[in-house]
Design a protein around this ligand. Sequence first.
Ligand code: 5GP
Length: 191
Amino acid sequence: MATPRIVALTAPSGAGKTTVAQRVLSLVAGLSFSVSATTRPPRDGERDGVDYHFVSENDFRRMLDGDLLIESEEVYPDLFYGTPRAEVEKATRDQPVLLDIDVLGALRISKLYRDDTLTVFIRPPSMDVLRNRLLGRGSEGTESLGKRLRRVQFEMEHADRFDAVVVNDDLERAVAETVSLINAFLERQST
Ligand code: 5GP
């Protein structure tokens, strides 16, 4: 029985996904954030157990071995990210979860939970806007910025495999469009 309950939100770094995600979480009733595990170090202001479960590579491997992650990805060289099985399995139509996830992770989740999942790709208006947003964020060293920009190209190539693509040219419009897509998905009848 399919039950709409998983929203996988994907965007190239700097496309504004985190802001869209936070706004969407406050606007869709019952929607909660699926906290991923990662081996990347926390950025300023990020909290363990809230933004991510920040774990060592050994702990990440132990989670994988224990089948505690439903999907995982080396999103950047030597930086691992994974969705805890428990976050997805506890989700229901009334208490759906939002996954902030890379392009491959989103497609994998959608394959595992086809009719339970809505995949949304947040697209930046242009590569220039994206580069400037990443530079403006100032949280990335030059090497990390380069890595992220290379990754963007790759992610953009998969946009057409998503259920919906939302262009983030205007934040309010992008949030409104994402919220209405999610509400329509959650209102869908079970089959
Ligand atoms: P960031 O380091 O900027 O927080 O995240 C980098 C990328 O990893 C983003 O595209 C983010 O969506 C993705 N990501 C975060 N959590 C997960 C996860 O659990 N699984 C996968 N596959 N990607 C994730």
